[in-house]
Ligand binder design. Sequence first.
Ligand SMILES: Cc1ncc(C[n+]2csc(CCOP(=O)(O)OP(=O)(O)O)c2C)c(N)n1
Ligand SMILES: [Mg+2]
Length: 653
Amino acid sequence: MANAIRALAMDAVEQAKSGHPGLPMGAADVATVLFTRFLKFDPADPQWPDRDRFVLSAGHGSMLIYALLHLLGYEAVTLDQLKRFRQLGSLTPGHPENFVTPGLETTTGPLGQGIANAVGMAMAEKHLAAQFGDVVDHRTYVLASDGDLMEGISQEAIALAGHLKLDKLIVLFDDNGISIDGPLSLADSVDQVKRFEAAGWSASRIDGHDPDAIARAIAAAQDNDRPTMIACKTHIGFGAPTKVDSEKAHGSALGAEEIAGARKNLGWPYPPFEIPSDVADAWRAAAARGKPARAAWQQRLKAMGADKRTEFERRMAGDLPADKLAAAMHTIKQALAGAPKDIATRASSEFALETLVPAVPEMVGGSADLTGSNNTRTKAMTAFSAANPAGRFIHYGIREHGMAAAMNGMALHGGVIPYSGTFLVFSDYCRPAIRLAALMGERVIHVMTHDSIGLGEDGPTHQPVEHLAALRAIPNLLTFRPCDAVEVAECWELALQARERPSILALSRQNLPQLRRSFDAANRCAAGAYEIAAAQGNAQVSLFATGSEVSLAVEAQKLLAARGVSARVVSVPSFELFREQPEAARTAVLGAAPVRVGIEAAVRQGWDEIIGPDGVFVGMTGFGASAPAKDLYRHFGITAEAIADAAVKKLGR
Ligand SMILES: Cc1ncc(C[n+]2csc(CCOP(=O)(O)OP(=O)(O)O)c2C)c(N)n1
Ligand SMILES: [Mg+2]
């Protein structure tokens, strides 16, 4: 049965003239034991909520999972799809893409992400099991390679999993001692078993080609009270006569001669893409194991009572409690209209969360050790821990990258909407995971505070300048920079409603006036940009600003009025949502004033889209500095006076 995987991998890579045969050939025995004897799944329903999750963290080995899905009878993954490996429009792209291929749990390829996703999946499982009982009872398995474990993110993931005692997380390490440059000894001498043990895992070393040893190790892992890592000694390119145990098997087609030799070595005389019927039958029989388990689960679901079942199904489907969310928004906006809050947007976010978190029970918050600074924890939230998996606040530790990747895994698992906290400047530490969330279309929400030089004294190491531009460059990511407490609530609502994309909420450390002081039920931020302060008469100047600079623009508007210049102010909480507006709406918001000024305490990149190449930009051109925020705004020329002067100059007055 394992040789069927090996043959399909060799043949598909050969046909595509590109791909990675070595991992599937080496890990075939491990995968065969796992999928035929342990993994709980049913090809008839790849979305079955209580299936075990399997993450191929080493995404370059994609033919391993494609071969498995085909052999197990996942309908969509036909032999024809295997023959079209890596071709445009196939269900078998170069690296696994969960949004392309049914049966895949996540998108992998950037090494280390998958194992960190899996930690999030195991966290979501624990959390939901604590809330819903025995309808949530599954394991998370990972196949990780040397590269996965060398990447720094793996340390964050492993440490978090060990601390949280994620006992249903099982990592199978494809311990083949080879990476692209050659033997691992070129660059690594870590004892992975000791490393995992030091992080609170149970870890062992086995022969990854001995089915009994593999089965014994997995069975022991299932009974463990800690997460388990099994280092499976394997031979990359197992069966290949000359390329076995060599980097030559890693990432290119083996060639006709080598494949012929492998067929001989493996005792696999069948032509390319042909699986003998007894082997095919054995795979199908293994796949049938899941049927009774799924039927039993359906019984448990029925037995849980209508209300709880409806709630469970709602949450797993990713549907929001729309009425409760609407009521929460109403409550927040009424409170803000009744008693306006001139506070930092990070504090406005906390204020909104106090009402949103109880209304939307799938929200699971957290912070990378900046809870008090990010204001992401509401008063009623308890900390998620091994002893309290129902807790809705996660102390991720100082692990931004691991946090963002775990959040992706939580969102992929379903049933929860993860949101986080860190400083905006550390979005760089999360960026690879944010990018994958955007690619996969996952609803994860990052609260990123201290969003400019406005954070003050901590200085340029902590002051983002290029980060908004960099985040806006990621396709399918919503980058919000709300200007006051009302916009913060609206952006939260939009982020929650964005079912198929991640969001960033860039929030200020410094206090900001509440500009929208009267009750307005409509979500004005949904348009991405809107006129927040109209001109007196025909506008000669349009001032476009985001976040903390909107109130500066409003001040500048007054200064300009005193100088006889009519200006309007447009708040731009989301470039992305604005871009998606119909052209007529965009034209109206951009306005007809001859002068456009963009104001953001960050670099100009991206702003020409709104102000045009002739527009005036008031912002940053380099790094910030360490000083009180007010001094910095003056020092860098981001003031109402500077805005007014720039507008007047451009008007040619
Ligand atoms: C973050 C990241 N860096 C680099 C790569 C390119 N790359 C793909 S596989 C690999 C290493 C291969 O070694 P290993 O992980 O041991 O896989 P094996 O060759 O054993 O299958 C590298 C560097 C990548 N996919 N992701
Ligand atoms: Mg390797």
